[in-house]
Design a binder for this molecule. Structure first.
Ligand code: BG6
Length: 511
């Protein structure tokens, strides 16, 4: 048999990650402890970390290198997907140091520059990757101070910025932040993180569509009835999260970014090439084609917002949203959103995209389901007078249990022509024998490689905000705002969300 060069599919489509000094602003925060450092440690465990990489944690609290490393180690033990190996940790953590300063103190940046220059003299890479993982109100200060200290440019290596979410709270603030970022770093060196794009299955959407002719030819309004995107979470407002969340809500926290990104990947046209701009040009086109609403009443017809009330989750009683820690008892912030999105372009005319996300739902899981139209009801069921069967459903499980399944009908063995639903299932774990890397692992490597394909471009973020702003305005600025619905914690959301479906035999798919 001829050797198949693609059998292992080791088609390296990416640039090579380069060594650098990674400076993390907000180094004592949750994101650094739970996501960034464990991601770097996992990469080190797999031997994927560029040699000589150094990490400098920048934060306000008094600490020395040792105390900083100890704190990181404790969390790494808890969350690393590789498990914790003491020898490897010792080796890895030697590359991590701490720099104490407030984000507003210019001197702190001058001393950071001295430290980085010193490291470079000692053989560290001249490349610098600045990761803004602080609270978003400090993004402006950090960026401007990097510029003032001359840290945004170098004659010997590259300088890049990774900006965490939330990227603005509406169009105006996102535009402002884009101006500030792009005054300090060119767009080509700016990496706006949306960690959903780093999830293995999200990356697989383009492969499923554009490397399998079978699906792509059926990927349009002739064959697809509707699409559903669901992100369900168990979590409520644990760990003081209410302080941030109550100012944000489900629409800004997850729909504007993660779920509209997934929708763009599902709905986009094939890009002309796999370059960052080739892909992002197509995603922006989708966002620009989202049908806007005509009035607050129109928003009320297509968008449902809700808060959870007290309920039972996995046998435990939990409080309602308004009784959560750091949440305003009169809060009008939504912990759940469901909406029907129409895309006004040739491919998707008439195909609703139903998108929902909620906190305190019975299960954690994110999935996309493509619901095909029904087969003509002229044979099997019709023969016995039964109703038409629902169409095929293609399910892309983003998490957990990553995989793809196709729901079909099959004849049950036996003399009668009895039909029964069956599934063809592809599961990552069984097919590849290993768990998927964490999203941050891939995204950090891509930023080190200068590949922005899986990061949001300025116009992408702004176009998504434009869409979301009209809904937020209807909720918070109109004289006749659509009402806030309720659902008990541990349930699948408010009944109003079911009413988004026009046809009685359609409804949300159970995860
Ligand atoms: C974050 C949101 O961006 O994504 C959180 O701020 C949410 O509210 C989280 O819980 C979900 O991420 P994941 O990867 O656990 O699905």
């Amino acid at each position: 048999m001829e050797d198949n060069p693609f059998r292992e599919s080791d088609l390296s489509l990416r640039n090579h990650p380069e060594s650098c000094v990674l400076v993390i602003f907000g180094a004592t925060g949750d994101l650094t402890h739970r996501k960034l450092i464990p991601a770097l440690y996992n990469l080190a465990a797999d031997g994927d970390l560029p040699a000589g990489l150094r990490v400098v944690g920048f934060a306000r609290r008094e600490k020395d290198d040792e105390v900083f490393r100890e704190g990181l180690k404790e969390l790494n033990k808890e969350v690393s997907r590789q498990g914790h190996d003491e020898d490897l940790w010792e080796q890895f953590s030697q590359s991590v140091t701490y720099h104490q300063s407030t984000f507003t103190d210019e001197d702190g940046y001058a001393t950071l520059k001295e430290k980085l220059d010193e490291m470079e003299k000692d053989g560290a890479s001249p490349n610098r990757l600045y990761y803004l993982a602080s609270a978003p109100e400090f993004f402006d200060d950090i960026l401007l101070n990097l510029k003032k200290a001359g840290l945004n440019k170098s004659d010997t290596g590259w300088c890049r910025a990774v900006v965490e979410k939330p990227f603005g709270t509406d169009l105006a603030t996102a535009q402002h932040l884009n101006e500030v970022v792009n005054d300090v770093f060119p767009e080509s060196e700016t990496f706006r993180i949306d960690h959903y794009l780093g999830k293995e299955t999200a990356q697989n959407i383009m492969v499923l569509r554009f490397a399998n002719h079978l699906f792509e030819v059926l990927w349009n309004n002739r064959f697809i009835d509707h699409v559903q995107i669901t992100c369900a979470e168990h979590l409520g407002m644990e760990g003081g999260r209410g302080g941030y969340y109550d100012k944000s809500g489900a629409m800004r926290d997850m729909i504007q970014n993660h779920l509209l990104q997934l929708l763009s990947l599902i709905a986009m046209e094939p890009p002309t090439d796999l370059s960052a701009d080739g892909v992002r040009d197509e995603k922006v086109k989708v966002l620009k084609s989202l049908r806007h609403f005509k009035s607050a009443e129109d928003v009320g017809q297509s968008v449902v917002r809700a808060q959870y009330t007290a309920g039972t989750l996995n046998g435990t009683e939990v409080s309602g949203y308004r009784d959560e820690d750091r949440v305003n008892p009169d809060s009008v912030t939504e912990s759940y959103v469901a909406l029907k999105i129409m895309i006004d372009n040739w491919r998707w005319e008439g195909v609703p995209f139903y998108v929902r996300m909620g906190k305190r739902l019975p299960k954690k899981g994110t999935e996309i389901s493509i619901h095909y139209k029904q087969a003509p009801n002229v044979l099997f069921n019709a023969a016995v007078g039964a109703e038409a069967m629902p169409g095929n459903v293609l399910v892309i499980r983003i998490q957990p249990n990553e995989g793809i399944s196709l729901g079909m009908r099959s004849k049950r063995p036996g003399p009668a022509a009895t039909l029964q639903p069956v599934k063809m299932d592809f599961n990552y774990q069984t097919s590849f024998g290993k768990s998927s890397p964490e999203a941050y692992e891939r995204l950090l490597l891509d930023a080190m490689a200068g590949d922005a394909t899986l990061f949001a471009r300025a116009d992408e973020v702004e176009t998504a905000w434009e869409y979301v702003d009209q809904i937020e305005d209807a909720w918070h600025k109109s004289t006749n705002p659509p009402k806030m619905a309720e659902y008990p914690a541990g349930s699948w959301g408010p009944k109003e969300a079911d009413e988004l479906f026009e046809q009685d035999d359609h409804g949300w798919r159970r995860l």
